[in-house]
Design a protein around this ligand. Structure first.
Ligand code: NAP
Ligand code: BLA
Length: 330
């Protein structure tokens, strides 16, 4: 990148949903960038998106990533196939930002990361959970609970009248812990490498076309440090209440987050942990990407950290498949 703000970075987006909208807003409000092109899926969403953000449409992601005028591509589409889009974009000489996960399979993610390094292109895998208030507060208070020995992280999303969409499709969404990679990544960010994982995943009403109406995925991780963690991820129509709970047990205290409400418990004392609200995370992430490209300011995450979380997720998937504990290679 030129070290000057007078050169506009030309941007394209693959996707027209929630993440894509947040990216478009952030790009349009940053004077260093120009949003030129978008591509989508359905014939309804794409024109609506183009109108909302005054941007041109192209028919396919392969056309978009090969447009010579583009410098930077945001990949904000369904999990299945993200890796292929990222690979094509890097081969076309573009910088790439992709919403997690980069790919559902470790081998593909690794190949794309190596390709980006060889081509000296930015490959940024967004992990907004790390810049979110809860994680930042958790990191700040963690030293106060002493040696951690156990963590429990549950996210359940109750949803009724589930419609057929990529989020409820076995291949398009992917294995739940690979798709919702932040669940593992939060913990690997806190506790490091994993020795072994046991996992069990269940779907409800899995159709011939691979749509489901609910899933429930449980994994037990043992970290190399000895910390144990239970991760529970569920969504859909078998759940009657949503739940977002993170508990960290340490030798001298415990941290609990229920929703956005945090508590530090030590002896007889309970102290509230303030959490800044979950707003503007995609905008923050976009700004950090541009600060990296224009000013070489370091990003908050390296692709290798996301790749490692994906390795753990793929090991969990294998454990669910073979019904045995899976050890991660060192
Ligand atoms: P979304 O709102 O459902 O948008 C999904 C996009 O993919 C839309 O453009 C949609 O187009 C398109 N799409 C749907 N089905 C498709 C199919 N079968 N083939 C090709 N394209 C299809 O989803 P999102 O929340 O923005 O998520 C996008 C990515 O960001 C995912 O990888 C997700 O894991 C990641 N992410 C999201 C968040 C978040 O807060 N939402 C946070 C972290 C990571 P149509 O609507 O026209 O079908
Ligand atoms: C993560 N949110 C995600 C992901 C998807 C959605 C597909 C990635 C997979 C995952 O980690 O589960 C989709 N989230 C939704 C949808 C709603 C939602 C459809 O809350 C509907 C209300 N994301 C949003 C909205 C917010 C949001 C509206 O779409 C907040 C107001 C936040 N989603 C958010 C955050 C993450 C995420 C912060 C990162 C995951 C984490 O914190 O662990």
């Amino acid at each position: 990148m030129n070290n000057t703000n007078s050169v506009l970075l030309k941007v394209g987006i693959v996707g027209t949903g929630y993440a894509a909208s947040k990216r478009a807003e952030a790009i349009k409000s940053d004077p260093r960038t120009e949003l030129l092109v978008v591509t989508g899926n359905s014939a309804v969403q794409l024109p609506e998106f183009c109108q909302r953000y005054a941007v041109q449409a192209v028919d396919s992601w392969s056309e978009l990533v090969n447009l010579p005028e583009l410098d930077l591509i945001f990949i904000c589409t369904i999990n299945q196939g993200c890796g292929a889009i990222a690979k094509a974009a890097i081969l076309a000489g573009k910088h790439v930002v992709v919403e997690y996960p980069l790919a559902l399979e470790v081998e593909i993610a690794q190949e794309v990361i190596e390709l980006a390094a060889a081509k000296q292109k930015l490959l940024h895998i967004e992990h907004i959970e790390i810049i979110g208030g809860l994680h930042q507060a958790l990191k700040q208070y963690l030293p106060q609970v002493g040696q951690v020995f156990y963590a429990r992280y549950t996210t359940i999303s109750s949803q009724h009248n589930v419609k057929q969409s990529w989020k409820y499709h076995r291949q398009q969404f992917g294995f739940p812990l690979s798709a919702a990679l932040s669940r593992i990544h939060r913990l690997t960010d806190l506790f490091g490498t994993v020795e072994k994982v046991s996992c069990d995943n269940r779907y409800w009403n899995l159709s011939d076309l691979d749509y489901f109406t609910a899933c429930f995925c449980q994994a037990q991780l043992t970290f190399d440090s000895g910390v144990k963690a239970d991760i529970t991820y569920g969504k859909g129509d078998v759940f009657w209440q949503s739940d977002r709970t993170m508990e960290i047990y340490g030798a001298t205290g415990k941290i609990v987050f229920v929703g956005e409400k945090g508590m530090l418990i030590k002896g007889n004392n309970e102290q509230e942990i303030p959490v800044s609200p979950r707003r503007g995370l995609f905008a923050q992430d976009t700004t950090m990407v541009l600060d990296y490209l224009f000013k070489r300011q370091p990003l908050y995450i390296q692709a290798q950290a996301s790749l490692y979380a994906l390795k753990v997720a793929n090991a969990a998937q294998k454990s669910d498949y073979i019904k045995q504990t899976v050890y991660l290679d060192q």
